[in-house]
Design a protein around this ligand. Structure first.
Ligand code: NAD
Ligand code: LMR
Length: 331
């Protein structure tokens, strides 16, 4: 059994926090042999900190063998101290009728201070996953504050979109979701994202061949995946939480599983024609921090047809526009 790994989670008393912390403490994120210390960060507000105490009581009551300690704090410098994983969930969620980009002005500034604090106090091997929306651009803001940690250590979550896309393809083809492979998300976590169906496989065969309905793939499929968050808000009156927490568990689990191929949003460095300085979803292969600065290698070899190129250009345009909106927040 190895030494406990410190995992910082912001927004720990929120919806996603409540669905996430128990899964981390049970070992689902880092595996059954890795003990954890949860460093739970909330805002300096009596109600939020009280709620966080309640969450900590419940965690204690689960008697998780892997949970070796808890820190409850409203101070990012304490919460991120020596953390190897920093899960940046805490931010305002959107309500009905809003786009995620509408949250930029309120949420963007959170990631300036948190990026600085992480760079100053987190562990040497720290990795950051941004969930708070708009996730790609918030991740770019946090990474821009880092002077010590490589930019590759900052990733944003598009795994919920990958999971949604896999589930929609499985439903359409009437197969088990495990039979769907290689469906990856490109670009922004927004309706412009591109779930690249042409490279995906169902039981080893190309998805377009199995589904045989191009209009559905190009239209309804892309639209359903891109607008699934809004559909959940319309149905629940609240944004997705359990599925978002599940996707974060998957995102980190894949990053600690060498050889795993999955979608994350990373600094594009110009791959797939993205602006080099935006954080864009794309497939990566997990390596290790010994071999690569972020512990993964972007997979940049997929060829795109004209339809895909149009989708990539649209999602890139949106990311570039978001970057322009927050230029004053970039370090
Ligand atoms: P929530 O309102 O239930 O909880 C957010 C929590 O964050 C609150 O407890 C709040 O006090 C806390 N918080 C706010 N600012 C903070 C800060 N600076 N430091 C620490 N804590 C802070 O919201 P939620 O449903 O848990 O969603 C959180 C965020 O995740 C939202 O921005 C939402 O849009 C986003 N989200 C992203 C995805 C994705 O796929 N990327 C999926 C679902 C939700
Ligand atoms: C989601 O995709 O469910 C989240 O990003 C929440 C939202 O605002 O859609």
């Amino acid at each position: 059994m190895q030494a406990p790994v410190r995992i910082a989670v912001t927004g720990a008393a929120g919806q996603i926090g409540y669905a996430l912390l128990f899964r981390i403490a049970s070992g689902q994120m880092l595996g059954p042999d890795t003990p954890v210390i949860l460093q739970m960060i909330e805002i300096p507000n009596e109600k939020a900190m009280k709620a966080l105490e309640g969450v900590a009581m419940e965690l204690e009551d689960c008697a998780f063998p892997l949970l070796r300690g808890m820190v409850l704090t409203d101070d990012p410098n304490k919460g991120f101290k020596d953390a190897s994983w920093c899960c940046l969930v805490g931010a305002k969620p959107r309500g009905p009728g809003m786009e995620r980009a509408d949250l930029l002005k309120d949420n963007g500034k959170i990631f300036v201070g948190q990026g600085k604090a992480i760079d100053t106090v987190a562990a040497q091997d720290a990795r950051v996953v941004v969930v708070g929306n708009p996730a790609n651009t918030n991740c770019m803001i946090a990474a821009s504050q880092a002077k010590r940690l490589p930019k590759e250590r900052f990733t944003a979550m598009v795994r919920l979109d990958q999971n949604r896309a896999a589930a929609q393809l499985a439903k359409k083809a009437a197969v088990d979701v495990k039979d769907v492979k290689d469906i990856f998300i490109y670009g922004n976590h927004s309706p412009t994202m591109f779930p690249a169906f042409a490279h995906a496989k169902i039981n080893g065969k190309p998805v377009p061949e199995v589904i045989g309905h191009h209009a559905w793939l190009q239209g309804e499929f892309c639209e359903t995946v891109g607008k699934r968050g809004a559909a959940i808000i319309a149905a629940r009156g609240l944004s997705s939480a359990a599925s978002a927490a599940n996707a974060l568990v998957d995102h980190v689990h894949s990053l600690v599983t060498p050889g795993s191929v999955h979608s994350i949003a990373v600094k594009s460095n110009g791959a797939y024609g993205f602006d080099p300085n935006v954080w864009a979803g794309m497939p990566v292969k997990t390596t290790s921090l010994k071999d690569t600065p972020g512990g993964y290698e972007p997979i940049t070899s997929y060829t795109m047809d004209d339809f895909a190129k149009g989708k990539l250009a649209a999602t890139n345009k949106e990311l570039v526009e978001e970057r322009a909106t927050v230029k004053d927040m970039l370090g």
